[in-house]
Design a binder for this molecule. Structure first.
Ligand code: NAD
Length: 418
């Protein structure tokens, strides 16, 4: 009897690519070139720990494609990471950048470690050595890292400083997501949530939602979830439920986000907030709301619970929050999905603005950043929507089809060297 094995992250990424390649009728030659990554670098490097012992860490930098410009992709510090997942995430970055029309290819980096168990000094030594190990690949014209899970603006500042020390001058455009003090951009912190907010509002417009005040539930009250909730509330959408890893709170009349933030600061989480009922992370997904924003972790909307979702619109703030099995169920039930590939692309769009500002050494004010973000992300949304309607495919497949076509065009017109 054949034993069915679960697809690896990279195999799943390749399947999504195959489906998009089928939609656009991509040739076998073009498929072969795009189905695999271009470069994969594995590094093993020593770090002296605070107790004077030496630990060897493993890290990676993978570039999937650079046909449309330098590679762009975050760096993840996490204990459960491997080359297969880094390759999948690098490929996703190629499609994400192409889907929103940024002149970038896709890459990703990672170090297998638990950053919560490292001191600041250990984290700095690890970061500077890892940056040195991957320095042969990264740089403003080649490959530009950014924060991802487990890394933050401070880690980016150390990487920028390390690359600058090797060069003998400041290379601010070598990473994005840096602190504003060293060439970071205004508006970068809120950017993924702001993009998700803009697209949620466009989605509501497209669906002709005629409820007086649409409601939203946000699963995952972290960086992306908090910005999205705050900005949607400012736009007149009633935030009725939010959650974090310990559970959530629900009040059908709306949550007072100011009071909730005070509670969260004191209690370290949202549960126990007095002016609301507690809900579990499973329950928040199935609440009767207009909009659902999963902004926590992957695989929250699955083949098991997709049939019970009552929202009309899902803005997929977290990467892969909707499993491949759930997509067709949501599509059949006419639940409109703004997929992760554009829903959280505000982060990489404002990273692009940061890189442009660093290169020209001329910085924009936040208002200008937000206006430009709105323009880029809304244009991408309508391009994807038109493809989805014209080809009768869901928004995710439409986004992939557009992205794969753009990368294939660049690859074809450049030709094969030599
Ligand atoms: P974060 O760590 O700031 O927040 C995550 C939140 O989810 C936290 O409140 C955490 O308590 C909660 N959470 C964790 N596990 C949960 C669970 N099982 N159920 C419910 N809540 C849970 O992370 P973030 O930066 O907001 O990222 C969230 C998602 O958005 C990730 O998928 C990330 O890859 C994606 N994303 C982030 C950015 C960015 O710039 N921050 C950009 C693009 C995509």
């Amino acid at each position: 009897m054949a034993v069915e094995t679960r697809a690896s992250a990279f195999q799943t990424a390749q399947r999504r690519f195959d489906a998009a390649a089928d939609v656009i009728g991509l040739s076998d030659d073009a498929r072969r070139g795009l189905r695999d990554v271009k470069r994969e670098l594995t590094v093993h490097f020593p770090v002296r720990m605070d107790d004077a012992s030496v630990r060897v860490f493993t890290g990676w930098r993978v570039q999937h494609n650079i046909s449309r410009g330098p590679a762009k992709g975050g760096i993840r510090y996490h204990p459960n990471i491997n080359l297969d997942l880094v390759k999948a995430l690098a490929m996703l970055m190629t499609w994400k950048c192409a889907a929103v029309g940024l002149p970038y290819g896709g890459s990703k980096g990672a170090v297998a470690c638990d950053p919560n168990k490292l001191s600041m000094s250990e984290l700095e030594h690890l970061t500077r050595r890892y940056a040195t190990e991957i320095a042969i690949l990264i740089g403003p014209e080649k490959d530009i890292p950014a924060p991802d899970m487990g890394t933050n603006p401070q880690v980016m500042a150390w990487i920028m400083d390390t690359i600058s020390m090797h060069s003998g001058h400041s290379v601010t455009a070598s990473v994005t997501g840096k602190p504003v003090d060293v060439g970071g951009s205004e508006g970068r912190i809120d950017a993924p949530g702001r993009g998700a907010t803009y697209l949620t509002l466009e989605g509501l417009k497209y669906l002709h939602v005629d409820e007086e005040t649409p409601t939203v539930a946000v699963q995952g009250y972290g960086q992306v979830g908090r910005s999205t909730a705050r900005l949607l509330a400012e736009a007149g959408v009633k935030v009725v439920a939010v959650s974090d890893s310990r559970g959530g709170v629900y009040n059908p009349n709306g949550l007072d986000l100011g009071a909730l933030e005070e509670h969260r600061q004191v209690r370290g989480g949202v549960t126990g907030f007095k002016k609301a009922d507690n809900v579990t992370n499973d329950e928040i997904i199935e609440l009767p709301v207009t909009v659902l924003v999963p902004a926590a972790v992957q695989d929250q909307i699955t083949g098991e619970n997709a049939g019970r979702i009552r929202a009309r619109l899902i803005t997929e703030g977290a990467n892969a929050a909707i499993s491949p099995e759930a997509d067709p169920i949501l599509h059949d039930r006419n639940i409109f999905v703004v997929p992760d590939i554009i829903a959280n692309a505000g982060g990489v769009i404002v990273s692009y603005f940061e890189w442009v500002q660093d290169l020209q050494a001329f910085f924009w004010e936040e208002e200008e950043i937000n206006t430009k973000l709105h323009h880029v992300i809304t244009r991408a949304f309508y391009e994807i929507l038109h493809t989805s309607v014209n080809k009768r495919i869901d928004m995710r497949l439409a986004a992939y089809a557009l992205a794969v076509q753009r990368v294939a065009n660049a690859t074809t017109v450049r030709g094969i060297y030599p």
